[in-house]
Design a protein around this ligand. Structure first.
Ligand SMILES: *Cc1c(COP(=O)(O)O)cnc(C)c1O
Length: 375
């Protein structure tokens, strides 16, 4: 059977080169492996547009592990985190704080509305106990893009620490650390960097991490201890995800060859445009206004035609070689189609043809949601 393209929020389709990079075994103390880690960490720092002021601390696991380690390590036990929530990943950070017993509060917006920096400004003016603010750059729940620059400015004016979940944008959307001031940006190997899953990382201000010894309540999810390990001998504290790092190293080579963040951004923007145009032509409607949408993943309203049953649509489309993703929204019934990973306009057009075929097969003429098709 043909391996399907993953039109999902991750894991994603990877290149042959990335897959081949995993064919060799590495010892964790192998000097070549240690060099490779140093190189990967330096390149990740450079991608955020920062220099020696920040360090990259990778940690085993999926992106969630890296976020949890970052919150545990950066937010003091008697600090207070304000989470800006407009989707599931924001809610998850609130839950993490509850689990680890960090004082937390949230400001919430609808899932199809971006975070409003003026409300953040007001809350920070009113509540001096808040030490840190956390925000998701693009909420993968809906695909919406939050105004990171404006939020970062507000947080900097109030002299609080900013923690950014840039999981679904890092490497594809510009992040200029010289303009956007942050304490930590967290991302992972398997989204826009087009590596394989298994490692997350935080890019943390050096003075901030240096001051965070002993804060984490957790042994393995302790970014400070993890950083100290790398500082000491360039090695991982616990078994490193060797093949994942080798794949990420190769993925970063390919990222650079494609023209870095700008080059990848162009490919994804084109994927996004072709996808949305093609879907709208078939009657589907996007949840989020186009101007608010990141070129990462698109949420479509569930069609009103009763013959469209998502599980059945999913199965038929997967047999044609494309995997989509269910919705995760509370505001509307929906499904998602990603436009990131190692695919381009050609694959998106093939996916659109396959979607058209499936609609014909199940007798759905129009993908419009109920209240649109009823008009
Ligand atoms: C994917 C993702 C995460 C992390 O999810 P994992 O399943 O743990 O990799 C966190 N935040 C956002 C915005 C994401 O898209």
């Amino acid at each position: 059977m043909k391996v399907p393209y993953l039109l999902t929020p991750g894991p994603l389709t990877t290149s042959d080169g990335v897959k081949r990079a995993m064919l060799r075994d590495w010892g964790s103390r192998d000097p070549d492996f240690i060099d490779m880690n140093r190189d990967v960490r330096e390149r990740l720092v450079a991608l955020a547009g920062v220099g020696d002021t920040h360090v990259c601390v990778p940690i085993q696991g999926s992106g969630t592990f890296a976020i949890e380690a970052t919150l545990a390590t950066l937010v003091p036990r008697h600090g207070r985190l304000l989470v800006l929530v407009n989707g599931a990943y924001g809610r998850r950070m609130v839950e993490m704080c509850r689990v680890m017993g960090r004082p937390v509060e949230s400001l919430e917006w609808r899932e199809d509305q971006p975070v409003d920096p003026s409300q953040v400004d007001r809350r920070l003016t009113d509540e001096s106990a808040i030490t840190h603010v956390a925000v998701v750059h693009s909420e993968t729940t809906s695909g919406i893009l939050n105004p990171l620059d404006a939020i970062a400015n507000v947080v900097a004016q109030h002299r609080r620490g900013l923690i950014v979940d840039a999981m679904s944008t890092f490497g594809a959307l510009p992040l200029d650390g010289n303009r956007v001031s942050f304490d930590a940006v967290v991302a992972s190997s398997n989204k826009c960097l087009e590596g394989v899953p298994g490692v997350g990382f935080a890019l943390v201000r050096r003075d901030v991490i240096a001051a965070s010894a002993g804060r984490s309540q957790c042994l393995s999810l302790d970014l400070f201890a993890q950083w100290q390990g790398f500082e000491r001998n360039g090695q991982w504290r616990f078994t490193p995800p060797t093949h994942v790092i080798a794949a990420l190293s190769r993925a970063l080579d390919e990222h650079e060859t494609e023209g870095g963040v700008a080059g990848l951004g162009v490919r994804y923007a084109r994927n996004h445009e072709v996808l949305v145009d093609g879907m709208v032509e078939m009657g589907f409607r996007c949840l989020v206004a186009r101007s608010l949408q990141a070129p990462i993943i698109v949420t479509f309203r569930m069609p009103g035609d009763p013959r469209f049953v998502f599980e059945d649509f999913y199965d038929r489309l997967s047999r044609r070689g494309f995997l989509t993703y269910p919705g995760k929204l509370t505001v509307a019934d929906s499904f998602r189609v990603g436009c990131i990973g190692r695919l381009g306009e050609g694959e998106i057009r093939s996916a659109l043809r396959a979607i058209r075929d499936v609609l014909d097969e199940i007798g759905v003429r129009d993908g419009a949601p109920a209240e649109v098709s009823a008009r």
